[in-house]
Design a protein around this ligand. Structure first.
Ligand SMILES: [Zn+2]
Length: 278
């Protein structure tokens, strides 16, 4: 079973990835773009919740098992997009992000003049697929036609890439119990998912899968147990201010005035959208 560079990707410090492409430093850490002249953008994140400097890797019959390695989220996905892709002869551009685990993926700072066909990420437990705001019945059908179960997810790096105007898929990469010290993966499951991706790429790799960006909604996620209150039309500046305040307290407890300018701009854009249906 293919394992080239696996150990390396699971143990390299974040800074070691800088030299692989063009790196910018953002308020939330580095963002590295590797331009291979490809039409597909493959995304992963380098940060982790827990770190084991000595991943436990065991060869088994038709499987390689990795245990007690919490950084499999998302170093396993990083290995897939850097090393498995290359071994499979699939050329992709790569975007390596930081701070995904704190909801501030540096993908939000990505700017490009390139026009991609679509975006893929392998940062999903198990072997299903999620599309977040990229989801349409047509894209569901596409993913199901190659064997993926379409599931519902909350957030990953590609959620910050809607402005690229193309579809994004987050595909199962086979890790389980992520965000705990007992995180494990079976490469048989990882590579099963990759084979489905190969088929997806074969069928649709050259198609431009359009996505009309919706204003970012991450900060509007209702707290557990609560539900959305209907938003009424603002009648004056005071109402607008009240709404701005309401939108400003998100699940991370971030207050509007403490946000970065780019984050404020996104909230303002969302408010504008809600008021004016931009
Ligand atoms: Zn992750």
């Amino acid at each position: 079973m293919f394992t080239k560079n696996l150990q390396k990707r699971l143990t390299q410090p974040i800074d070691a990835f800088r030299k692989l492409g063009d790196t910018i430093d953002t308020p939330h850490g580095p963002l590295t773009h590797i331009d291979n002249g490809a039409d597909i953008l493959a995304v992963g994140h380098l940060d982790w919740v827990y770190w084991n400097p000595r991943p436990k890797i065991t060869r088994q019959f038709e499987n390689v098992r990795i245990e007690k390695t919490p950084q499999l989220d998302d170093r396993l996905g990083v290995w897939v997009i850097l090393d498995v892709m290359r071994a499979a002869g699939i050329n992709v551009d790569v975007l390596l992000c930081d701070s995904e685990e704190v909801g501030q993926s540096t993908a939000q700072y990505f700017e490009t003049t390139k026009r991609y066909n679509w975006i893929v990420e392998f940062d999903r437990a198990g072997s299903g697929a999620v599309m977040y705001d990229f989801e349409t019945p047509e894209y569901c059908e596409m993913l199901e036609s190659v064997g993926y179960d379409v599931e519902v997810g909350s957030f990953t790096d590609i959620c910050n890439l809607e402005s690229l105007g193309v579809a994004g898929f987050n595909l199962g990469v086979g890790y389980h119990r992520q965000h705990t010290k007992k995180c494990y993966a079976n490469l048989s499951e990882t590579l099963d998912s990759f084979r489905k991706f190969q088929e997806l790429h074969k069928r649709y790799g050259s198609e431009h899968l359009e996505h009309v960006p919706t204003p970012t909604t991450w900060w509007r996620t209702p707290a557990a147990g609560s539900s959305w209150e209907p938003v009424s039309e603002p009648t004056d500046d005071l109402a607008l201010q009240a709404l701005q305040d309401e939108y400003a307290s998100d699940e991370y407890g971030v207050r509007y005035n403490e946000l970065y300018e780019s984050e404020k701009a996104r909230i303002d854009a969302r408010i504008d959208y809600d008021f004016n249906g931009a």
